[in-house]
Design a protein around this ligand. Structure first.
Ligand SMILES: [Mn+2]
Length: 429
């Protein structure tokens, strides 16, 4: 089922198709001079997928306040509708990553059927033990999986176990665990004992994973804890993943590192040791900003994809990362921002495919630093928009997703259908 009329999208595409054909032919000619078949790259682009976070459509929030937008989805079913619009336009976001208990429903089979009907699948399920829910017995104020009190840890473990159960019904294959546990004062927590408690709790969760599932450990340097965080960096994350077993891997959220950290090298290390779970793509200026992917550091994102495509090219054993977006803010229409971000991530992938890898290896072996760097830049500087547009169009998406979406009137339509819930609680985390 399509949320936006298919013939409307086709009509919009018709208006833009002559220009696209010309641009595609010009880029194709340029690439063929370097022995690259543009259609082969377009096919790879068309296969590319990045999952959308259900909370990304939820909108309106910063950590401090909500500024509700028009027609905000009020529940997971309406979030799925918006995700279906995104995927219809960009054709590379066929899965949604749900967050519990935010997206909890009475009937998970019904939720899966709804997603099926919209052409969507479910990606990793996310547990939430970083905030208290109404009626919750034990508070997470001083921690969850690492809390000093066993009953609180048990409650946090149980929540992760129920997330796995719900995820099974939804067809998910992974559980993402991020905890806000940490400390705000030197001396507040015993580092080693706290991490021992984390391992004891996560081992119980790991033991409940179905055989074809993975457990993604998401690290974050700071916030909400500002002195120490239990899983603060990829080192803590990968040590715990190694302790837990093969199904446990490290998830890289681009906003969860210290400024200027070489994230692409971390990615390479995780790939080398078969511990790369995947990504939460976003961009940041200062910290965990959750800004749109590629909006500030497109070259960094490209360099990360250089490592990913390199692993693909070398057919690295055990390489199968999950790609997800993780963003939410309050100055754009979230459908537009998520479409933009998905396209930007796909753009980095396509540019990385165009790196002349054998030439790069040659420059590396001959210590030609300048030409090695220029080989990367040559791919980065190409305008691959015709490839992205062609890949979208061939799958029934929009040549120009933002313009087509705006012209469709979808936002105005849901604005009438979904009156504001008037909630003023804090928005995102
Ligand atoms: Mn994240």
């Amino acid at each position: 089922m399509n949320m936006i009329d298919v013939s409307f999208v086709a009509e919009q595409n018709r208006k833009a198709s002559t220009a696209l054909d010309e641009d595609y032919a010009a880029l194709g000619a340029k690439l063929s001079r370097h022995g690259v078949d543009i259609d082969a790259i377009t096919s790879k682009a068309a296969e590319f997928q990045v999952a959308v976070p259900s909370w990304g459509t939820g909108t309106g929030g910063t950590r401090f306040a909500r500024f509700p937008g028009v027609g905000e989805p009020r529940n997971i079913f309406e979030k799925l509708e918006d995700c279906a619009v995104i995927n219809q336009m960009v054709q590379c976001t066929g899965a949604v990553s749900p967050h519990f208990p935010w997206d909890k429903v009475d009937d998970f089979s019904e939720l899966r059927q709804t997603a099926d009907a919209l052409g969507l699948a479910f990606d990793a399920v996310n547990s939430n033990t970083f905030q208290d829910q109404t009626g919750q017995k034990h508070s997470y104020k001083y921690g969850s999986l690492t809390h000093v009190d066993r009953a609180t840890r048990d409650q946090a473990v149980d929540h992760n176990l129920e997330c796995i159960e719900w995820g099974k019904t939804l067809g998910s294959k992974a559980l993402t665990v991020w905890i806000g546990d940490g400390s705000n004062f030197a001396g507040q927590s015993h580092f080693q004992r706290q991490l021992e408690r984390y391992l004891e709790s996560t081992k119980r969760i790991y033991a409940a994973l179905p055989s074809d599932w993975n457990m993604f450990l998401e690290h974050k340097m700071f916030e909400p804890a500002f002195y120490s965080t239990v899983i603060q960096d990829w080192g803590s994350s990968v040590l715990c993943a190694m302790e837990l077993g093969d199904k446990a891997k490290s998830l890289v959220d681009l906003g969860h590192h210290a400024p200027n950290v070489n994230i692409e090298m971390i990615v390479s290390r995780l790939i080398q040791f078969k511990k790369l779970a995947g990504f939460h793509f976003n961009d940041s200026k200062y910290g965990d900003d959750d800004l749109d992917s590629g909006s500030l550091h497109p070259y960094q994102q490209f360099l990360i994809f250089n490592e990913l495509v390199d692993a693909e090219y070398r057919q690295q054993e055990g390489f199968n990362p999950a790609y997800m977006l993780d963003q939410s803010h309050n100055v754009t229409d979230p459908i537009e921002s998520l479409m933009n971000s998905a396209a930007e991530v796909q753009r980095s992938y396509v540019k990385a495919l165009l790196i002349d890898r054998e030439r790069l290896y040659g420059y590396q072996e001959s210590n030609d630093a300048l030409m090695a760097a220029n080989t990367l830049k040559a791919a980065f500087n190409l305008d691959v928009e015709p490839i992205l547009a062609k890949a979208r169009m061939q799958k029934g998406g929009a040549i120009d997703p933002i313009a087509t979406y705006r012209a469709s009137g979808y936002r105005q339509m849901v604005g009438e259908k979904r009156p504001s819930s008037g909630q003023s609680g804090s928005g995102i985390v």
